[in-house]
Design a binder for this molecule. Structure first.
Ligand SMILES: Cc1ncc(COP(=O)(O)O)c(C=O)c1O
Length: 394
């Protein structure tokens, strides 16, 4: 009965990749390089104490609805933090969201009609692809090299197309899935081209503060003097994902629209979580958590890269990421990592995300895979990569 009643967008096969990843991570005997999960051992122990403090001192606010845009104190805290990172943001430019994925979802709500066009990097975050698909949008994937999106290809597309894309979505720092960082030149070139074609940029900076090595590169938002960039931030990777808090920072006219739509979505993000972040921020615990995450990510990144060198050398290429959670592996022979995933999990008890999942219609990256090294312990990382070599017969 229900199938006949469903909206068209729900009738096809929805992109289940994200839900599948969460399921894989729950199987205890599988070494999972799949979901972008932090290691729970990293979570600072002070969280227990500050939760109690918040409930003791601010119970009336913590257990109450908050304003739709978020607590004004948290909007101020976020704007001050962003100003320190050279981004010209006031509290009125900030909307608190329930994770940054909700921020992206709300942006789609205000920008996208069915059949609209969105430009993305190829490859890109699969949660973003399925969000765009759920709004029945078309995605135009522009290839990337080691310095970021290939500007000439973007320019060529924009010059020759009759359609007007609504925005471009990019993850320029420690990209998901590639782990790469766009060069400063590419960032400036993107701003220039988007100014020329009046194309808004959604900059997703979920991992930008998790640098383990190499030189800092400014966010695109910090280079933007024309309000072209709408920035997505999250506490999921720098603090903890269970509190489900992120934010959108952008022009006031956009924030005002988002507020109207968030009202019909979840009305407000958790007041308790908002106060937790504020309290943690006040006590320097966000920075403490970031430093712990960086230290551990560096260790796990090094183990991953060293083990890849041991087992994959001469048979694959991979990205030595300077931060974030991921590396991208490209196998030097014709295989389909998507087809092999069942065998990997079933026979070898190891999980990854196949390259095609990061391309629209799973069209691309067949010989590639994303390894997320944040969750398994170092010995499991080594064992998991050894198993992967067997899965791919290399
Ligand atoms: C690039 C990127 N953006 C957004 C998100 C969603 O994060 P959140 O937990 O804030 O919704 C993720 C999660 O993995 C991500 O990798």
């Amino acid at each position: 009965m229900y199938n006949n009643l469903l909206a068209l967008r729900a009738k096809g096969t929805p992109n289940m990749d994200l839900a599948d990843l969460f399921k894989l991570a729950e199987q205890p005997d599988v070494i999972s390089f799949a979901g972008g999960f932090p290691d729970p051992d990293w979570f600072i122990e002070e969280i227990e104490e500050i939760t109690m403090d918040v409930l003791r001192n601010y119970k009336d606010i913590a257990l109450q609805y908050s304003p739709v845009a978020g607590l004004s104190t948290l909007r101020k805290y976020i704007s001050e933090r962003m100003r320190k990172q050279n981004m010209n943001i006031n509290p009125s430019n900030v909307l608190i969201s329930s994770g940054s994925l909700q921020g992206l979802d709300l942006l789609c709500k205000i920008f996208l009609d069915p059949d609209d066009y969105v430009i993305i990097e190829a490859p890109t975050y699969l949660g973003a692809i399925s969000t765009f698909e759920s709004y029945e949008a078309n995605t135009v994937a522009i290839p990337c090299d080691e310095h970021g999106i290939i500007i000439e290809q973007l320019d060529e597309f924009l010059q020759n197309t009759k359609i007007k894309p609504k925005f471009i979505y990019v993850i320029p720092t420690f990209q998901n899935p590639s782990g790469r960082v766009w060069s400063l030149e590419r960032r400036k070139a993107l701003l220039e081209i988007c100014d020329k074609y009046q194309l808004p940029i959604i900059e997703d900076n979920a991992y930008g503060e998790l640098r383990c090595s190499g030189m800092e590169v400014p966010t695109i938002k910090s280079l933007d003097s024309k309000e072209l960039v709408i920035y997505l931030g999250t506490f999921s990777k720098i603090f903890c994902p269970g509190i489900r808090l992120g934010w959108v920072a952008g022009p006031e006219e956009i924030i005002e629209k988002l507020i109207l739509f968030k009202q019909n979505s979840d009305q407000t993000s958790s007041s308790l979580s908002q106060l937790l972040v504020l309290e943690a921020g006040k006590k320097g615990l966000i920075e403490k958590q970031i430093n712990i995450n960086i230290e551990n990510l560096k260790l796990k990144r090094d183990v991953t890269i060293n083990t890849l060198e041991k087992h994959f050398s001469g048979k694959a290429k991979w990205v030595v990421s300077e931060g974030g959670y991921y590396t991208w592996v490209e196998i030097d022979k014709k295989i389909n990592t998507y087809d092999l995933l069942k065998k990997a999990v079933g026979d070898y008890k190891v999980a990854y995300v196949a390259g095609p999942s990061f391309f629209p219609n799973k069209n691309g990256g067949e010989n590639c895979l994303r390894l997320c090294y944040s969750l398994p312990k170092p010995t499991k990382l080594e064992e998991g990569i050894k198993r992967l070599a067997k899965v791919f017969s290399i």
